[in-house]
Structure formats: C-alpha cells, structure tokens
Design a protein around this ligand. Structure first.
Ligand code: UT7
Length: 322
C-alpha cells in the first residue's frame, strides 16, 4: 500500500497585523429615541452603548471585509501573494450562494487561496482564528487572512427596541502567519445546541429574535470556565493577561467576566461596545484594533479573547498582539 505523506506545518502561528472598517454613519441613542420607545439612559445603563455604526447601501459585506482585510494585510507587512487562505466569519449573509471568502480574497489580490465562510454567530472570529491556527500548524496554509464582518442591520427589525438598540455593522480582520514561537494559544471552543432558539431568525421571519435574559445568564455563568480553559491550555494565568477583549455584547457582561477572572488595573479591558454596539463576528477584531490604535494595547501584549453567541457557540484563546 502506498503510504500517504503526513502534513507538516509550522511549529506555531501568530497574528501579524490587524485592521478594521467602521461604517461612516454614527447612530446615537437620542436618534433611536426619536423612532422608538427607548432612551439614552436605559441603553447606556443596561447595555453600555452610547452610539453604533450603521452601514449604508454601498458598505456591503464584501466592501467592508475588503477594507478591513486590506488594512490587516498592510499592517502585517506581507504581500497579498504570500497569503494562501481566507476565512470570512459572518452571520449576516443575505445570499448564501456563493460565499464571499473567494471574492474577498480575489479583491485583495490574494492568489487562488483556500477560501470559505464560517458561521458561528458572534463566536465566528475566534472559531476562524482556531481554524487557521490549526491549518498553519499542519501545513495546510502558510499565511491566512481572517475577517469578521457583519451587517446586522439587514437582519434586525429596526423598529424593535429589544434588538435595534443593540446590533450594528462593521468589519475587523487579522493576518495570521507561521511562526517559530506560538502567538495563538490552543482554542477553547464548544456549543450549547440545546439553546439554539435563543438567538435566531425564526422560520418565516426576516429578522433576528433574542431571548436576552437567557443569553445574559448563560454568558455570565457558563463562560468563565471557557475563559479559564483558554488560559490553562496556553499555560498562562490571569496575572499574565495584558488585554481582555471578549465579544462586545453588553458592557455589564464584560465587567462581570473581568471581575470573575480577577482582572485589576494592570489589565486593559476592551469596551469598544460603547462606540460600536454589538457587531457580532466583527466585535473582537474591531475592539483589538481600537486598543492598538489608541496605544492602550502594545505590540507583544498577551490578550485573552472570547466570542460567544448564536448557536449557542463559544470560542476563546490567548493571543500575542502584533
Ligand atoms: O451577541 C450575542 C450574545 N448576546 C448577548 O450576550 C445579549 C445578552 N443579553 C443582554 O445583553 C440583555 O438581556 C439585553 C441588553 C438584551 C436586555 O437587557 P435586560 O436588562 O435583560 O432587559 P429586559 O429584556 O429584561 O427588559 C427590561 C425592561 C423591560 O420592561 P418591563 O417589562 O420591565 O417593563 C423591557 O421592555 O426594559 C424594557 N426594555 C427597554 N426599555 C427601554 C427593553 N428594551 C428597551 C429599550 N429601551 N431599548
């Protein structure tokens, strides 16, 4: 029998560059209060959002993904021709065929990459990072582009105060490349499919519904162990974490997780939700990019990330920032 050669890859993978795209239009809480029964005090107090970005017609998923991806490639120092894998995480594709990964790669000048879309709800970016980390370490890819992009306003009832004040649009991206020293820790991922109806577009409806309180309870009680597992698998403790950037779903969830993990003054906590709202698969790279741009996060910092959402899915890992 002719043996099949085993795959051989790099000993590690690390993020080489991060980029983001924020839609032009800012929507304040006061603006929303003009069309629905809500107010700035409720939104800031219960969710922590002061404003969010809503995409215009021309700010399509592909355009936003290309803009964020282009910035990540520029920051990585790689040429597009050196990238051989493109994964686009999104939960708001209105047209399922074709997926947008190949188009995003093509638009960015990436030559015939392995390309596909991934839907793991708001956990999509961290799932995608886990996939490309494994691909690079097994030799299936050398350098990969990961994009999280959403137009949640397309799948949100913009007259429903329960969801319209929360969900928003945007894109974030990272280039991941082969490295001698691992810069991405083993992914801690999983799902609770028994709660698949908690965040969903129910059959026959054009819009998303969310059992907010149930998801809130789940996020604040069940996910601390996943954050701990991500740190354990990477061989680090909470004291080693410089930046905590969980999915930006609710400021109160972010603060609760940070408190449970014992993060003090030394750890920078991502609070991009205040300016960006909940952008699902885009929220973590958007938050990391904002912290890098402001100088709050520095090159070489250890970041702990965790995505969670529709599915219900969750995925987290420890990252070395570029
Ligand atoms: O991204 C995927 C993961 N998603 C999450 O992690 C979301 C988790 N859930 C949450 O963040 C919160 O549950 C929400 C922000 C969605 C809602 O906050 P809440 O504190 O759980 O509010 P609630 O749904 O329990 O509603 C409390 C009250 C209700 O009024 P009554 O029945 O007490 O009179 C709502 O009708 O607040 C009312 N309400 C609002 N009032 C003003 C709900 N939405 C609004 C609003 N403005 N926009």
């Amino acid at each position: 029998m002719t043996p099949i050669k085993p795959s051989q890859g790099a000993s590690g993978a690390r993020i080489l560059g991060i980029g983001a795209y924020r839609p032009r239009r800012r929507v304040t809480n006061d603006e929303l209060a003009q069309t629905m029964d809500t107010n700035d005090e409720w939104i800031q107090g219960r969710v922590g959002i002061a404003e969010r970005r809503w995409a215009a017609e021309d700010e399509t998923l592909v355009e936003m993904a290309v803009a964020a991806g282009g910035k990540a490639i520029a920051a990585s120092g790689l040429a597009p021709s050196e990238i051989d894998m493109v994964v686009v995480a999104s939960a708001s594709l209105r047209v399922p065929i074709p997926g947008i990964g190949p188009q995003v790669g093509h638009r960015l000048g990436v030559n015939r990459p392995g390309a596909f879309d991934l839907n793991a709800g708001c956990a999509g970016f961290c799932y995608a990072l886990g996939v490309v980390d494994n691909a690079i370490r097994t030799g299936a890819a050398r350098n990969a582009l990961v994009v999280g992009v959403e137009r949640l306003t397309d799948v949100t009832d913009l007259t429903d105060r329960g969801t319209a004040v929360i969900f928003a649009d945007g894109a974030g991206a990272a280039v991941v490349g082969a490295a001698d020293e691992p810069g991405i820790g083993p992914v801690a991922w999983g799902s609770d499919g028994d709660q698949h109806t908690a965040i969903a577009i129910p059959e026959g409806l054009p819009h998303m519904t969310m059992a907010g309180q149930a998801v809130y309870r789940w996020a604040t009680t069940k996910l601390t162990e996943t954050l701990q597992a991500a740190m354990d698998r990477a061989g680090v403790t909470a004291a080693d974490i410089d930046v905590f950037a969980p999915h930006q779903a609710n400021l109160r969830i972010i603060e609760s997780m940070a408190k449970k993990l014992g993060f003090g003054e030394k750890t920078v906590i991502a609070r991009d939700i205040v300016q960006s709202g909940n952008t699902s698969a885009a929220s973590i790279p958007l938050a990391l990019s904002a912290l890098i741009e402001s100088g709050e996060a520095k090159s070489g910092d250890l970041a702990l990330v965790l995505g969670y959402g529709a599915g219900l899915t969750f995925a987290g890992q420890v990252l070395r920032l570029p």
